[in-house]
Design a protein around this ligand. Structure first.
Ligand code: ADP
Length: 398
């Protein structure tokens, strides 16, 4: 069965068509600037050439229509008829406490997702627009919602509660939710395969280090803690997000800078992290790595702080699980940067880790980067959130 995976943002829409049987990618692409002048669709059949077409898209329904037309194009298309797309899997950012797993989309499910809009006001409404557009154009095709938060719903109370008045949890569900769940789930399952062990026999720490970054602790096949919180702002130092800070900093800066809470929060989301720490130099780790090698002071402090924070979370989660069998690195930085992996692992002598320098120099491949005598394994596992969504979708509709 072919599964169309949709990741819909407010003005963009990424898609992949995946054969659920072989797990092979059939085609993929991206619509950009939806509803804005200069919108364009990029489409690439697997193994074929990428095509970029600038064409008006007044809304997401227009965008999905163009996606379907591309997939069914006489010359470069990959399917002949709409019914060759067996199901659609939608990435949904926030499922709150309503969803602990993926689910087939019905009117009730849409209502329950809407109830979570307050928790992710930038993302959930856009995800819902994508669902509505697909339902309009493919009314007979089953659809599944796959949530970024669902994998983390197994966290115990002591991990998800904040130390604030309990009534805020009762009234507003203010608690830790965590994100990147499809990635943490995919990577931890792949880790078990790579180690040749049962998923439920392992203690794993997954470091998803991309522009957004989070760590999770997966014990016996269940997520028991994760670094992102009510929103993706908490946890690691990220590309542009601050990660953990003393919440009193917000009021302090509002007073000093005569700014509103909203303005400071926007800075914490968009101008902080490695971008902010490097004095505005870059949010891209590649640029910072180059500067670090040249000895630039701003890059040294930024990369050191980034790696230290990751190492601190690994220590915390090792304690939370009373041990760890393997640490997994994934996403743009985690998959590609041997430099940052080595920097983080330098803190982990107490876990008896010895890196294999040659294996660690590889990029973007699934590999164990430790020597045979290393007491704890360190794995690089390229994430594949789309495949994870396709698997979940297929499992529910087949
Ligand atoms: P997101 O999906 O959150 O936007 P990605 O997982 O694509 O992020 O990761 C993007 C980050 O990964 C960027 O900051 C980029 O610098 C970093 N990255 C990608 N390739 C490399 C590389 N070869 N070396 C170092 N960093 C890299």
């Amino acid at each position: 069965m072919n599964i169309l995976v949709i990741n819909c943002g407010s003005s963009s829409l990424k898609f992949q068509l995946i054969d659920a049987g072989t797990e092979k990618l059939i085609a993929k692409g991206l619509c950009e600037r939806i509803g804005i002048d200069g919108s364009q669709i990029t489409y690439a059949p697997a193994g074929g050439e990428k095509q970029v077409t600038i064409t008006p898209m007044k809304d997401h329904t227009d965008a999905i229509r163009l996606v379907l037309n591309s997939l069914m194009d006489e010359k470069t298309g990959v399917v002949k008829k709409l019914d060759e797309i067996g199901a659609v899997g939608h990435r949904i950012v926030h499922g709150g406490e309503n969803f602990a797993s993926s689910t087939v989309i019905t009117d009730e499910v849409i209502k329950a997702i809407e109830e979570c809009n307050d928790l992710a006001p930038l993302h959930n409404p856009a995800n819902l627009i994508g669902i509505a557009a697909c339902r309009e154009l493919m009314p007979e095709t089953p659809m599944v919602a796959v949530f970024d938060t669902a994998f983390h719903q197994t966290m115990p109370e002591e991990a998800y509660l904040y130390g604030i008045p309990y009534e805020y949890y009762e009234k507003y569900k203010v608690r830790r939710y965590g994100f990147h769940g499809t990635s943490h789930s995919y990577v931890s399952h792949q880790a078990a395969k790579l180690l040749g062990k049962g998923y439920e026999d392992l203690k794993l720490i997954v470091c998803h280090l991309g522009n957004g970054a989070s760590v999770s602790a997966v014990k016996k096949g269940k997520c028991v803690d994760t670094s992102m919180g009510l929103t993706p702002l908490e946890g690691l130092i990220m590309g542009t997000r601050s990660g953990d800070i003393d919440p009193a900093i917000v009021e302090f800066l509002c007073n000093k800078e005569q700014k509103s809470v909203g303005e400071i929060l926007s800075e914490l989301n968009k101008k902080s992290g490695v971008l902010g720490l490097s004095g505005g130099f870059s949010s891209d780790f590649r640029d910072l790595e180059d500067e670090f090698q040249k000895g630039s002071e701003f890059a040294v402090r930024t990369m050191n702080a980034f790696a230290y924070r990751v190492a601190k979370y690994i220590g915390a989660y090792t304690a939370a699980m009373n041990g760890v069998d393997a640490i997994c690195f994934t996403a743009g930085l985690g998959e590609n940067s041997g430099f940052i992996r080595e920097k983080i692992c330098a803190y982990l002598g107490y876990l008896g880790i010895t890196l294999d320098a040659e294996a660690n120099s590889k990029r973007g491949v699934e590999i164990d980067i430790t020597t045979p005598d290393s007491r704890t394994r360190v794995l690089v596992i390229p994430t594949n959130e789309e495949l994870s969504i396709a698997r979940e979708t297929y499992a529910l509709v087949k």
